[in-house]
Design a binder for this molecule. Structure first.
Ligand code: SF4
Ligand code: SF4
Length: 132
């Protein structure tokens, strides 16, 4: 490139907006059917373990519902699927196989953080606490 042309390009770049999106300062649109974070609604989950058995990434561990939460009578073993989002590949196999359609899906994708993110807080928030 000749020098005047190069200078012209440099000056243009100095005043023009960046071509890239300044994520995460600037949020971008997400497709409504994007497969994002999912978790079980424990008022519907029966603790059958099918989602855990079918998960190809071994990301779901059946876990006991803590005693301070009221579990529905349809879940006598008081078990629920705890998803490790660090292992999940978002295939939604769990969502599809659940016989009670217990999974709540979202298009939330910005899951990076300094702590291990699981479905614990999301799923337990669907239950009432004993005496509440
Ligand atoms: S979306 Fe797929 S990988 Fe993730 S927990 Fe469900 S079955 Fe497992
Ligand atoms: S498949 Fe559905 S009902 Fe069975 S454990 Fe998973 S979320 Fe609960």
């Amino acid at each position: 490139m000749k020098r005047p042309k190069l200078l012209e390009q440099v000056l243009k770049s100095l005043v023009s907006k960046p071509a890239t999106v300044q994520f995460p300062r600037e949020k971008t649109e997400v497709e409504p059917d994007f497969r994002g974070l999912q978790y079980a609604d424990l008022t519907k989950c029966t603790g059958c373990s099918l989602c855990s058995i079918e998960c190809p990434a071994d990301a779901i561990k059946m876990t006991s519902i803590p005693q301070e939460y009221e579990a529905p009578k349809t879940n006598p073993r008081r078990l629920y699927p705890l998803i490790n989002y660090g292992k999940c590949v978002y295939c939604y196999r769990c969502v599809k196989v659940c016989p009670t359609n217990a999974y709540i899906v979202s298009n939330k994708f910005d899951l990076a953080g300094f702590t291990r993110l699981t479905s614990e807080q999301f799923s337990l928030s669907t239950l009432k606490k004993v005496g509440a």
